[in-house]
Design a protein around this ligand. Structure first.
Ligand code: HEC
Ligand code: HEC
Length: 439
């Protein structure tokens, strides 16, 4: 903002001050000068026009009107003494638009914090049922979310519907909270023009996609001949993300068999997706919804969004184990845990097969590659058994991850296999892993 003090000379300060003072004096003079009844001799002057014998006297303003003007002038003077407005004078109250904003924020915090605190120890499910939280959640949604997801949260092309039970990134309270806090990037790479993808093949795969649908209305649009040809391509490329049955995996790729379409359901829409791909970003909201370690706003909004969606088909809730007894790595299953920066793939003892729930970790890697990062893969094994055999197993595990990444369409030169200094990482399930870091 420019104030007159920004100028090197005092000219504008004085100039505006003189104008303001002159206007006040001028106004008062005008008011007072018009405040007398004008007479010629003892005859009151008229305005000079006459109609049917009726004349208008040149009388002063009515009293009440005159004093109203005087009060207005007095108000103006008092205002300019208290608040900024008179040239560069800042007013004796020291008001600025910035401190007004801060005061309002502090007041709002004082007003809402006790309400937020009420929800601090409640579960997302409980919060979602609280009428007060619903109102706050809706307000937050209207402030931050409707421009993309719509006022009814039903989304639009490219912006997912949040009211169904179909989730790109998972619909549990924890997954929704993570989506809102840190954002998500969905990447389907473009296949247009790539070998083996002439236009005709794209049409074939699109028909195969239609044929996978659980609804007759989509299946009936698929041409049997094209479906057969499209399946060959699908089984080479698409199944890695969308899975053999087309049902996809949360965090990796959407379900293609339902009637929920992010990018449209016509043959042309599907072909466009295949040829042009999509990189679709849900922004992160942490900076707006989390204040230090106060996550109340985030949790209330998460509860609101969770409450919007359809839970009629949810599996019965399973008791979650207490945090200190839960091990991130089960001993027999190959589970996958995404860590900060480093994605870890865990394997069953003696096995080199990637677990089925690797989806979200793979998606994190794909997003990193889309940003131009390089993937570095290292394999490890546990200390049991023969040393040479174990080193080979660690290598096989790394290669199994590499193969999956290649199948996902990551170019070979973006992947590096790196043998760690020691592949022996102890005797835990934690040791049987492949680490992928993005550099
Ligand atoms: C700038 C547009 C934009 C805004 C604003 C936005 N989102 Fe999103 N959101 C997206 C996009 C795009 C996706 C889908 C990302 C993808 O394709 O993987 C998404 C995905 C989501 C998902 C995951 C849906 C699923 O199927 O797993 C949730 C939940 C979500 N948004 C909630 C919110 C909430 C809550 C807000 C307000 C704080 C919000 N979004 C604001 C664009 C936006
Ligand atoms: C690397 C994993 C990956 C591969 C491989 C892949 N997709 Fe996708 N696909 C995705 C993701 C992720 C999305 C969602 C993009 C988004 O969030 O906007 C998607 C979206 C789609 C959609 C749009 C779905 C909708 O709801 O509108 C279609 C159709 C589709 N893929 C078909 C294919 C076909 C056919 C192939 C094989 C040629 C293929 N995909 C290969 C990850 C993949």
């Amino acid at each position: 903002m420019n104030t007159s003090s920004d100028f090197t000379s005092n000219f504008w300060t004085i100039y505006t001050a003189v104008i303001v003072i002159a206007s006040f004096i001028g106004l008062v003079w005008l008011l007072v000068s018009q405040n007398k009844t004008k007479r010629t001799g003892d005859k009151v002057e008229t305005m000079g026009h006459e109609w049917d014998g009726i004349e208008e006297f040149n009388n002063p303003l009515p009293r009440w009107w005159f004093y109203l003007f005087i009060i207005t002038v007095a108000f103006g003077i008092v205002y300019l003494i208290l608040y900024p407005g008179f040239s560069s004078f800042k007013g004796i109250k020291g008001w600025t638009s910035a401190n007004r904003y801060e005061n309002e924020m502090a007041e709002a915090k004082a007003q809402y914090q006790p309400i937020y605190n009420k929800f601090a120890n409640k579960s997302i499910e409980e919060i979602s049922k609280d009428p007060e939280a619903k109102v706050i959640g809706q307000n937050l949604f209207n402030t931050y979310c409707i421009q993309c997801h719509g006022s009814d949260a039903k989304g639009a092309i490219g912006f997912p519907n949040l009211t169904d039970n179909d989730w790109l990134w998972g619909g549990s309270p924890e997954e929704i909270e993570e989506t809102i806090r840190n954002g998500r990037i969905g990447v389907m790479q473009p296949y247009g023009g790539l070998d083996p993808f002439p236009q005709d093949e794209v049409t074939n795969v699109a028909h195969y996609v239609l044929s996978l649908n659980e609804n007759e209305s989509f299946r009936s649009k698929a041409n049997a001949d094209r479906v057969a040809k499209g399946k060959i391509i699908y089984d080479q490329i698409c199944f890695t993300c969308h899975q053999d049955d087309g049902k996809g995996l949360p965090g990796l790729a959407p379900n293609l068999t339902d009637n929920v379409w992010l990018w449209g359901s016509s043959e042309k829409d599907i072909m466009n997706t295949i040829m042009q791909g999509h990189t679709n970003e849900m922004p992160k909201w942490e900076n707006f919804l989390v204040d230090g370690d106060d996550t109340a706003k985030l949790r209330i909004l998460t509860a609101y969004v969770w409450g919007l969606s359809d839970h009629s088909k949810d599996p019965a809730p399973v008791a979650t184990p207490a945090e200190d007894t839960a091990t991130p790595v089960a001993d027999t299953d190959s589970v996958v845990v995404g860590d900060d920066g480093v994605v870890k793939f865990y394997f069953a003892s003696g096995s080199q097969d990637l677990s089925a729930d690797a989806g979200e970790s793979l998606a994190a890697i794909l997003a990193g590659v889309a940003e131009g990062k390089k993937v570095v893969i290292s394999g490890f094994h546990d200390a049991s058994g023969d040393v040479a055999q174990n080193a080979e197993l660690a290598k096989q595990r790394a290669m199994s991850v590499q193969k999956t990444l290649l199948e996902l369409g990551i170019p070979e030169d973006a992947i590096e296999l790196k043998k760690p200094e020691s592949t022996d990482a102890g005797n835990e399930a934690e040791a049987r892993r492949v680490e992928v870091s993005l550099q």
